[in-house]
Design a binder for this molecule. Structure first.
Ligand code: HEC
Length: 690
């Protein structure tokens, strides 16, 4: 849509550069074969580098012996960005990435100069309406001559990769629904696939859609869970799936939304999708007489041409804990019992590491990679987990680990075929699950208000979220090494043939590890928490490592104020390192901690504040549930805005700041807005000395 004035000049420069560094660059066709080619080093063509999603590069110019010399080669300040979680792509000398509000930028991969920028105008799209979800997006997809991206409000677009010109843009769901997109689309075989998120936001029935890459026309659609049998089933797979549901599940939608985890396998010509958790989480509500509830929490293999079901493996039958299987699906070949086996590696939220035969869909092995209190092990004869007593909180409150955060979430893992290890950013978290006191029979989640049918709490257990970096041997199904990390969850990893492993951290430190031992060989303080995974590429004989630095992502808003990455205080950046880097990058300001405003003239009305506390649930995903915000949105306790009712109203219900990522809440009445201001003042007063 918006091509900046830089376009023409830089475009020329880029052509010159790329024709120097890539032989016959004009003739190169970036088809599935090229995207699957693991020997590529000049480029990073897919979300996980190649179709295999291994995030392993054969580059070894930077290795264990010289990584200590790594320094900043170039950087780009992104002053208007907030959370940055995406994996950049590198194609023909140009680095592409998606930033806050789904703005796509094309940058010269050698100099860091902006070539073009595309703004899908998300602020305009969400103006005046309610919008669930978040401003960040995990990445782009590429095929032939197009870059594909998706927007928060549910649009999918195709851009010409040289000019940034919009080729087509389509709406993938009814914008009035409580759905959103934070995921990268997946391009394969002249099609592009996208799903959506929103399982917690009200009744929803998940699906994925494939569009024609050339025209944006819908090619096929696959529903993840069955609808009301009275309406007839879309296909045999839905008919089969319906036998695993009970009660009137369709009234709750069932869930299963596919918001991440799409992999195309060009060797077998199969598409795998990772599916989401149940809507609501509690099976007693969703499917009261039990059942596995297909295809929740599964890897589903589909025919890429028509979306027809081929096979599935369900990691968490009848899920009740938000243990979705949307995590990355990595393809590789493993030597299992002396036989080369085409495998899928998958480490979903539920804490088990799965190796699946991708030719048959059969489980090869599964072992817990964290403490799992909900299930003791996976029964290899049934392929199903053996649950522990009261795991489904049938006899009251129960302490469960992993928590809904997952032992591993969307933060990409990588697999290094040379060490034979998978490098997983692991989350250690535990919570109480309890549905006593909930009217399970009449429970209904409302759109945008959501509800999961079970209460979760920390109880007497102190906040215990911890991060670790785990090197896991998928053949032996055991840890090779593991490192406890500071801060909260760690971002995605990158493996290279230089026997190196790269990973950022929530504390802002970007490190290179010896991939075999886990020893830290180099680290760099980026001055701001990192949520995105690094990539690598080589142009003109120089290997680069690139990383987006911008604390954010769905979980960044949840009570991690202690890290000090307050909203608007630290400029977001794209940083690229090399062994010869000489860039002089200014340091970012120090950590910032909110100072709650104390206004003695404001008389807090207790009952209004209580009402406000109930309404604040809609704000917590960005402003933090405890209101100690950081990173994703301003700390409302120190904001002067809630002191002026008119200013508060025009932002909160009026949608004055939608173009800055603050969605509108036109549903809130003046009385409700006032209640929110009382709650905000109450929290500010309660916490002013903390
Ligand atoms: C999707 C994330 C998100 C949600 C949900 C959200 N906000 Fe915001 N909010 C933001 C962001 C981002 C900003 C900063 C916008 C800017 O830079 O001007 C903001 C700004 C604000 C401001 C202005 C603060 C200031 O000092 O500039 C107020 C007031 C506010 N939000 C209140 C609320 C309330 C009340 C709710 C719930 C009813 C809510 N927000 C829900 C993201 C969110």
């Amino acid at each position: 849509m918006k091509a900046t004035q830089f376009t023409a000049g830089c475009f020329m420069i880029t052509l010159l550069i790329s024709s120097c560094n890539t032989k016959n660059s004009d003739k190169k066709i970036y088809d599935d074969k090229a995207i699957a080619d693991k020997s590529t080093t000049a480029e990073w063509l897919a979300y996980g580098r190649t179709h295999s999603e291994e995030r392993f590069s054969p580059l070894k110019d930077i290795d264990v012996s010289n990584v200590a010399d790594l320094s900043v080669d170039w950087f780009m300040d992104l002053p208007n960005d907030v959370g940055l979680v995406s994996t950049p792509l590198v194609v023909d000398g140009i680095l592409y990435f998606v930033g806050t509000m789904n703005i796509v930028r094309a940058v010269d991969a050698v100099t860091g100069k902006l070539i073009w920028e595309y703004d899908p105008k998300v602020g305009d799209a969400i103006k005046g309406k309610r919008q669930s979800g978040w401003v960040h997006n995990r990445g782009l997809s590429f095929s032939k001559d197009k870059i594909f991206g998706a927007t928060w409000d549910g649009r999918l677009f195709a851009l010409d990769y040289k000019s940034g010109k919009e080729k087509w843009i389509v709406t993938t769901f009814d914008p009035s629904r409580a759905l959103y997109i934070t995921g990268a689309p997946k391009a394969f075989k002249d099609k592009v696939l996208i799903g959506n998120g929103g399982t917690e936001e009200g009744p929803t029935r998940g699906w994925v859609t494939a569009y024609d890459a050339e025209t944006g026309k819908e090619a096929w659609k696959f529903y993840i869970v069955p609808g009301n049998p009275a309406d007839g089933f879309e296909n045999e797979a839905m008919e089969m799936a319906a036998k695993t549901w009970t009660g009137e599940w369709w009234k709750h939608g069932g869930g299963g939304n596919a918001w991440h985890g799409f992999t195309y396998d060009p060797e077998l010509d199969v598409l795998y999708i990772g599916t989401g958790n149940g809507a609501p989480w509690n099976r007693k509500v969703r499917s009261p007489e039990g059942g596995d509830n297909l295809f929740l929490c599964s890897i589903v293999a589909l025919n890429p041409d028509n979306g027809k079901y081929l096979w599935h493996y369900q990691t968490t039958p009848g899920e009740s804990w938000d243990y979705n299987s949307n995590m990355d699906i990595v393809l590789t070949d493993l030597m299992i019992d002396g036989k080369k086996t085409k495998a899928i590696l998958h480490a979903p939220k539920n804490g088990f590491f799965y190796v699946i035969n991708r030719e048959t869909g059969k489980l090869i092995s599964a072992e817990p990679f964290v403490k799992t209190t909900w299930a003791s092990h996976i029964d290899m004869t049934t392929g199903k987990p053996v649950e522990t007593p009261n795991a489904r909180y049938e006899n009251g409150k129960v302490y469960i680990t992993p928590s809904y955060a997952g032992a591993h979430s969307w933060h990409a893992m990588s697999f290094n075929p040379e060490t034979g290890l998978t490098y997983i950013p692991v989350i250690h978290d535990a919570l109480y699950y309890d549905d006593s006191g909930i009217d399970l029979k009449n429970f209904r989640a409302k759109p945008f208000e959501g509800g999961v049918g079970v209460n979760i709490s920390q109880g007497e257990i102190p906040a215990s979220t911890e991060a670790s970096l785990l090197a896991w041997d998928p053949v032996k199904q055991k840890a090779a090494w593991s490192i406890q990390q500071d801060g909260v969850w760690g971002p995605g990893t990158l493996s290279t043939a230089g026997n190196l492993l790269f990973q950022g951290s929530s504390t802002g430190i970007f490190s290179a590890y010896d991939a075999a031992t886990g020893k830290i060989l180099w680290s760099f303080d980026c001055g701001l928490g990192i949520s995105a995974p690094p990539i690598t590429y080589k142009i003109n004989g120089r290997q680069y490592i690139s990383l987006l630095v911008g604390w954010g992502g769905g979980w960044a808003g949840l009570g991690h104020a202690a890290l000090g990455w307050a909203y608007g205080k630290h400029t977001r950046r794209l940083i690229t390192f090399s062994l010869d880097g000489k860039a002089d990058m200014p340091k970012l300001p120090p950590k910032y901690f909110a100072k709650p405003l104390y206004d003695s003239t404001f008389k807090i009305d207790e009952s209004k504040a209580n009402h406000g506390a109930a309404l604040y649930g809609a704000c917590g995903s960005c402003h933090s549930p405890d209101m100690k915000a950081q990173g994703m949105a301003p700390d409302l306790r120190e904001s002067p805005i809630p002191l002026s009712f008119q200013a508060f109203k025009s932002i909160v219900s009026g949608g004055e700041r939608t173009n800055r990522g603050m969605p509108a809440f036109p549903n809130l009445s003046d009385q409700e807005l006032e209640a929110l201001t009382h709650y905000i003042r109450q929290r500010a007063h309660e916490t002013k000395d903390e």
